[in-house]
Design a binder for this molecule. Sequence first.
Ligand code: ZN
Length: 512
Amino acid sequence: MAGTDVLRQNYGRMMQKIKDLAVVYSIDAIMNWDMETKMPPKGINLRSQQLGMLGQLEHKMSTDPEIGQLIDKIRNHPDYESLSEIEKRNVYLTKKNYDEMTKLPEELVVEIAKQSTITVGTWKRAKAAKSFAMFKPELEKLFELKKKAAEILMDVKGTATPYDALIDMHESAMTSEKITKLFDELRDGLVKIISKSTSSPKQPDESFLSRKVPVDVQQKIANSLVKVIGYDIDSPAAGGRIDETEHPFTNGYYDDVRITTHYYEDNFASSIFSILHEGGHAMYEQNLRPEWMFQPIGTGCSTGFHESQSRFVENIFGRSQEFWSYYLPQLKGLTGNLSDVSQEKFVHAINAVKPSKIRVEADEVTYCLHVIIRFNIERDWFAGKISVSDLPQVWNEQYMNYLGMKIQDDSEGLMQDTHWGIGYFGYFPSYALGNIYSGQLLAALKKDMPDWNQQIAKGNFQAIRQWLTTNVHTYGNLYDPADLIKKIAGDEINTKHFLNYLNEKYSTLYEY
Ligand code: ZN
């Protein structure tokens, strides 16, 4: 066989193994979706065995020594350069994942899995009991294990710090040094907008947002909203559906991407923005290039980029004057109890700036401060500057300094999020990076489509969706986030555009 044929054969064999793995992961995803939405309570024991078995299979398949051998054969082949840019990226991503999966000792992986189950269980009880003392010993154990793993991954990935290795799992090649610089700028900009908004004499009246809207009406609203954004749940070719869970999420891959929401009778806006947010995530997954399905490049670019899509649909589109000039009459028709609310009053209320203690309830402006606080703490924690015992004090000080909030107990403080209990370290920064990217995307969109807001006012989201597909979705995971944002926006990641967008919007709403 000619040399290139061997290379192509090995590449084909590697891609087949990756495809098999992607199919198994999609089974895992649908089992998890079912567990959250449909499974009867008694099914939990069987389900945990099913998921445990799948987890073992995934581990075995993703650490298969043959993958490692194929990667070496491909990379060392004299004709390696004859591979296309896409093929080389697939090899790179396969190697990156294989190294991550194989360089961690199996005992450590098992220990982390066990400890995170214990820690998250303890977190639930400790949160209910408002007792950090209860949570602390288990969190300490999990943190030490994660730190050990991060130190190994630091060598594998060649990052400057263990924490950077964890960030890299979600935001490839991003570093805590870069994030610190970005977040310092972002914080300074946000603090000014918050202070001008909250001290303005013009304050929103939000009272109508708690008017009762029955669940069946909210379901109709959800169904009509997904039509606007082009998320198909009811045609014969539909690739989506909506179900109910306490915490909304998106789950799926390409042709089967499902979203969830929650309906509160006295807070109809909550479901509206959950639907738009998750719809933005789903749009990304569904608009990836079909021919890249089952390939490493056939995924979103990063957690931050994923969040840029959900925040774009939820906030930049979904909380704009233009969207509500189109949609408010429909909403009024559906609810029947908002006829006295003007568009101006409505849009100001859904954009109320209010420093608060709970991240998931935060508005568009204060939200990133919650994320910055978690990032600051994780960074200093992994650097050994603070210990688990210091967490409550550091947390409470930062909430006072950044948001002016006095934390009464640790349940509304550092125990509010599940992330640390599960061992998700390095994940938080992506939430704010997503907002930063979304600002840069908006600036680029405006250049290409100067009448973008008139399109929204006509209810035409299609043109914007197409722009996002052409500029973001279609690239899948072909580039690292730093390269992708540069390609789309023409400059490196920076906070200027997101802050400009907020300033323009909030100075109009609050007349400052
Ligand atoms: Zn999201």
